[in-house]
Design a protein around this ligand. Structure first.
Ligand code: NOJ
Length: 529
């Protein structure tokens, strides 16, 4: 395959938009689709090749769009279908692909399918959801619990059976053993793909099909990881079923049926060996799979390097990694990895944009936006509301995009945005656009460098020997990426070339004869002679 035959996203950069917090065009405090369209020039300037949108479909918002009540209509607070079509065409004019978020695991309890399903045991949609009787002795059908807390089963008084939900009780899980459910989602995929959508981010991809016999999950043991032990059981039967792969293969066949094959990106919060399985044989399942092992890794050279190398080793031939540091669930990397230290933020961006694979930025990453402390009374995430003060929910990573330090942060003209604004003076797009030394300029220049050097993006990678606190690897034939992930100066030997991009911009174009000194938390791309 020549570079020209490669799918667009392989050398590309993707960017996640959380629409509710990106740009508000109608002063109601909530971001919307026309707002995204108005900001496309920022994304085109930044150089992104594709955007994926957290759900913009109709939802009662028990879980902010992840409880869908109509998969083929735009939520009124985000605009109309015409606005969506315009976004796709305006983005296309700028060379930006638009991907949707699709939520196949569950619907809203207000979805007409569920309204019918819950109405009687003989309803047409009854078996579209996971229903079960209480155990003989009046206990819950089995021991499955919800990842959002509490039992996974809720009693439906009308029919006397329980329905299962891996998340909120307002999010009943669909029954993917039903051929009708499968056919319906084929139609949903077709509906959006035919409108010009370039692919889908698939919500909780590993969860969607449940054990047909509804067997009890085994208890966690002390050999399990921290999360599983806290959860108390291994999610063997309520999620992570091998049968999910057959479903993904079905979607992939459909995605590949288009002249420009649609991209499938999975939300796959699973261990590395399982992650590899979501790529199938390398070309028959997901195109990209989010790597939560990487997102959750400590920002240390040895930890990150180990995960990247294990990922590379685990993936089947032809599979392509995705690297991301932030999203609307996992908070922002500038705080999580970089502790709001601009040097570390710059280093993390250079790392993300240099690894072999597709980088996926989250809105605000490009300006190093930090998590925002959201007061209890302002919390909107149902998890924060439910578990405060033990868990503050996910709002800290969902606050409005900081476009300027003007009123409303350039996000809204409303007196009050749906979530509070962060520290506008610390990071905003307008100020950073003007500043050649800013994080935004670095991010822009890194993406421009990728575009000018396709071989840097799609070429092979080899790790290089370094002291433990640093990490270096080749990119393609001509480049070396060197990262000092420590607070001490590090010296790498036997490296020569010209510094192409550096977190310390003053070093660019410097020639390295053989010894490369890296200041604390400095990173660079070296072009070999
Ligand atoms: C993953 C989504 O990213 C998250 O925001 C949501 O709460 C759950 N899936 C349930 O849909």
């Amino acid at each position: 395959m020549t570079a020209a035959d490669e799918p667009w996203w392989k050398a590309g950069v993707l960017y996640q938009i959380y629409p509710r917090s990106f740009a508000d065009s109608n002063a109601d405090g909530v971001g919307d689709i026309p707002g995204i369209t108005e900001r496309l020039d920022h994304l085109a300037w930044l150089g992104v090749d594709g955007i994926w949108l957290s759900p913009v479909t109709v939802s009662p918002n028990a879980d902010w769009g992840y409880d869908v009540s109509d998969f083929c209509a735009i939520a009124p607070e985000f605009g109309a279908m015409d606005d969506f079509d315009r976004l796709v065409s305006e983005a296309g004019r700028r060379g930006i692909h638009v991907l949707m978020d699709i939520v196949p695991n569950h619907t809203s309890e207000q979805h007409p399918w569920f309204a019918d399903s819950r109405s009687s045991r003989t309803a047409a949609h009854r078996d579209w959801y996971v229903w079960a009787d209480a155990k003989g002795d009046g206990e819950l059908p089995n021991n499955w619990i919800s990842s959002f807390g509490g039992p996974g089963w809720t009693l439906e008084e009308t029919t006397g059976q329980y329905y299962f939900h891996n998340h909120l009780s307002e999010q009943p899980d669909l029954n993917w053993w039903s051929e009708d459910v499968r056919a319906e989602f084929d139609d949903i995929f077709r509906f959006w793909s035919d409108r010009g959508v370039a692919g889908f981010r698939i919500d909780v991809c590993n969860v969607i099909i449940k054990d047909a016999q509804l067997r009890d999950n085994p208890p966690a043991t002390e050999d399990d990881d921290f999360e599983t032990q806290m959860f108390g059981q291994r999610s063997v039967y309520n999620a992570n079923r091998p049968e999910v792969h057959e479903i993904i293969r079905r979607w992939r066949r459909q995605a590949d049926g288009y002249d420009e094959p649609r991209l499938l990106i999975g939300e796959t919060p699973v261990p590395l060996d399982k992650l590899a399985e979501f790529y199938g044989n390398g070309s028959d399942e997901l195109g990209l799979a989010f790597n939560f092992n990487f997102i959750s890794a400590p920002f240390r050279a040895d930890d990150m390097r180990a995960i990247v190398e294990e990922t590379e080793a685990a993936l089947p031939p032809g599979a392509w990694p995705a690297w991301t540091g932030s999203n609307h669930d996992m908070f922002r990397f500038p705080t999580r990895w970089a502790e709001d230290d601009p040097a570390k933020v710059r280093l993390a961006l250079l790392m993300l944009l240099s690894l072999r694979g597709t980088p996926v930025l989250y809105q605000g990453d490009e300006i190093g936006m930090a998590n925002v402390a959201v007061a209890h009374e302002d919390m909107r995430d149902p998890l924060g509301v439910r578990f405060y003060p033990y868990y503050e929910g996910r709002d800290a990573g969902r606050t409005p995009m900081q476009w300027s330090d003007g009123p409303g942060g350039g996000f809204t003209d409303a007196a009050r945005p749906w979530l509070p604004l962060g520290d506008l003076a610390a990071a905003n797009v307008a100020a950073q656009r003007e500043d050649p030394g800013s994080i935004l300029t670095l991010c822009h220049d890194l993406i421009a460098f990728r575009r000018d050097h396709p071989e840097f993006c799609t070429g092979e990678t080899e790790p290089l020997m370094t002291p433990a606190s640093a990490w270096a690897f080749t990119r393609g034939e001509r480049h070396v990426v060197a990262l000092n992930m420590s607070p001490e100066t590090v010296v790498l030997t036997d490296l020569s070339g010209t510094i192409a991009v550096c977190t310390d911009r003053s070093r660019e174009h410097d020639v390295v004869a053989s010894e490369l000194r890296l200041a604390p938390f400095e990173g660079l791309i070296l072009e070999r002679p």
